[in-house]
Design a protein around this ligand. Structure first.
Ligand code: ASN
Length: 612
């Protein structure tokens, strides 16, 4: 889709001059080569990045200051390239980034907002304006960068992620902690990286670039007032990291999952709110908050989604609100983790009709409510369903609850992804071990495979498989690489038990040398069965594995009982050599000699007597 857009943008195109910034009041019409160049529109809304100190010494946005200064920064503008290309030294000509090896050169124009805002002064109307501007210029650019103040940036990023429907181009929001005019400003590098990413990486999402990471916009929170890494994404790993190389984590990028064109939903419902609960919050406060015109609210609960379940007064206020159609969404006050229905105090909210907000940030939950509640085509049930569904990667969908509606349907939570990753890696590692491919095992471990990761379902590790296969070399290799010898699979079996079950004596010896041992109580029946069928090799396996050869089966019989009962002479001999007790009693009070005597097995009796 982005390629199609690039081709369309490749034709000389006109941008109404009046819409471009004061200094770029110029017709944006020039031919360009989509293979070597890309075009990015910058919406400059305000924020510290373009601020200068006013007469009172306070930082405030100043019209034109930023755009004028940009031409002076060689990192952000290649004047000779621009002159040759645009055949103009006019100050309103588009800007051009310098050549960057392996990347398309970014040609960009700036649409400066009037007035420029400290983001603390922004409202929902400003989000709508940004969305409408992106729509207006959507076909003319390959990507969009929004320069924005950091204070409410996470709200704007979340709101835009919902308002821009079926987005097929990057929209990257950035800003700075220090004004661009300051020599130490983080603005230049943030802006430069955002431009490069917007013009080169096909990440069709609303994202935030700050410091060295590209974060999913609706997973982002402002985490620091002073750090240059001002934003965090506690529940979703970065979509890209900018270091020596730009590394994009393509696995987690959301792409439109249906054939539909880009559209903007710019009307939002303003009757939404955030209520952070605290111990002892009064009923009156909650009741006042929930009064009309409120139509939706995010309840910021404790821990894993808990509220005081012993506060009938509060719960009945919530119930009254949900019964009259208010959409209440339960989100945790914790930065990391999600709402889970594990405590009685958490279930209380579900029972009064509150919707589970999973791990949405407060910013994402609030702006999503404003978006969802403004969808007149959805009834109240659909709206509640949407609030707990993943529309733009903003939340982790509990597996049984994956909404199958018209929107993007994948769940993109970092934890879930990590789980899938780990399981995939475990499966690969196990496959490599099963085919005894040491080089592949090595390669997987080097590429970061977690050595103790377990396969889905049976929860088997690479060491389980290696012990089953009986490759002592690989077993040693895995153990030396940190494999845990005592990890149990879903059936409670350790790797050593697998080696015993297949009589891999060499492997057993390796496992023993690394301290592996059998858990007593886990193998009584198996070892007795081995003695009953005369399986001396298996008994040897148990012996090598350090087993207690006197473990009993449910009838209290030891292997020696069974070996005597069935006259398994080799087994009797092995057990006696191992110095097992020769006269233990089973549940009926019989010793091994009693059983042998009852069946007239003289040879067995002689062996046992000889050992006494
Ligand atoms: N760093 C910043 O941009 C903070 C500023 N107050 C703003 O949000 O506009």
């Amino acid at each position: 889709m982005a390629t199609r857009a690039r081709q369309a943008a490749g034709k000389a195109s006109e941008i109404p001059s009046a819409c471009i910034s004061r200094i770029s009041r110029r017709t944006f019409s020039f031919s360009f080569d989509p293979c070597t160049e890309s075009r990015v529109l910058v919406l400059y809304t305000g924020g510290t990045i373009g601020m200068v100190r006013n007469d009172n010494g306070a930082l405030a946005p100043t019209a034109n200051a930023l755009v004028h200064s940009l031409r002076r920064y060689p990192d952000l503008h290649d004047e000779s390239y621009a002159q040759a290309k645009f055949k103009s030294d006019a100050t309103d000509a588009p800007l051009a980034l310098p050549h960057i090896e392996g990347k398309r050169r970014v040609i960009y124009s700036i649409l400066e907002y009037d007035p420029l805002l400290d983001s603390s002064n922004m409202t929902m109307e400003d989000w709508s304006k940004m969305a409408e501007d992106i729509k207006r210029f959507y076909t003319l650019f390959d990507g969009f960068v929004v320069l924005h103040g950091t204070d409410t940036l996470a709200f704007s990023a979340s709101a835009l992620s919902f308002m821009l429907e079926n987005l097929s181009k990057p929209v990257i929001i950035t800003g700075s902690q220090i004004p661009m005019v300051d020599a130490r400003s983080d603005g230049k590098s943030n802006f430069l990286s955002a431009l490069v990413l917007a013009g080169n990486c096909e990440i069709p999402e609303v994202t935030v670039f700050f410091g060295d990471v590209l974060l999913r916009g609706n997973r982002t929170v402002k985490a620091s007032v002073g750090s240059l890494r001002a934003f965090a994404s506690p529940n979703c790993r970065p979509l890209a990291t900018v270091g020596v190389k730009i590394e994009v984590d393509f696995k987690i990028i959301i792409r439109p999952a249906r054939i539909d064109s880009f559209s903007v939903h710019s009307t939002l419902n303003r009757n939404v709110g955030l209520l952070r609960l605290f111990p002892g919050i009064t009923t009156q406060m909650v009741r006042a908050f929930l009064q009309p015109p409120l139509e939706g609210a995010v309840l910021q609960s404790f821990g894993a989604g808990n509220v005081p379940s012993n506060r009938e007064d509060l719960l009945s206020e919530f119930k009254a609100a949900t019964s009259r159609g208010v959409v209440l969404v339960n989100c945790t006050q914790c930065q990391q983790g999600l709402v889970m229905n594990v405590y009685e105090t958490g279930k209380a909210l579900t029972e009064v009709g509150v919707t589970n907000g999973s791990d949405m940030t407060p910013e994402a939950a609030l702006t999503k409510l404003a978006y969802v509640l403004s969808k007149s085509e959805w009834d109240i049930g659909t709206k509640r369903q949407m609030m707990q569904s993943c529309l733009r990667g903003e939340l982790t969908v509990p597996k049984a609850n994956n909404y199958n509606g018209n929107h993007i349907k994948r769940s993109f939570d970092s934890w879930e992804e990590d789980e899938i990753d780990t399981e995939l890696m475990a499966a690969r590692l196990c496959a490599a071990v099963a085919s005894k491919d040491v080089a592949r095992v090595e390669e997987l471990l080097e590429s970061g495979a977690e050595i103790n990761s377990a396969t889905p379902g049976d929860r088997r590790t690479a060491l389980h498989v290696a012990n089953t296969e009986g490759d002592a070399g690989i077993v040693r290799h895995l153990l030396l690489a940190g494999a845990s010898p005592d990890v149990l699979d879903r059936h409670g079996r350790s790797p050593l038990m697998d080696a015993v079950a297949f009589d891999h004596h060499e492997t057993i010896a390796v496992m023993r040398s690394f301290g592996a041992s059998l858990q007593s109580g886990h193998y009584g029946t198996e070892i007795c069965e081995a003695a009953a069928r005369g399986d001396v090799v298996r008994l040897k396996s148990y012996k090598l594995a350090g087993a207690d050869l006197s473990q009993t089966d449910p009838s209290g019989r030891t292997p020696l009982h069974l070996a005597a009962l069935f006259a398994r002479l080799q087994c009797v001999s092995l057990l006696l050599e191992a110095k097992v007790s020769h006269d233990p009693m089973d549940a009926l009070g019989d010793t091994p000699s009693d059983l042998a005597a009852r069946r007239n097995y003289g040879a067995v009796l002689t062996m046992i007597e000889g050992a006494e």
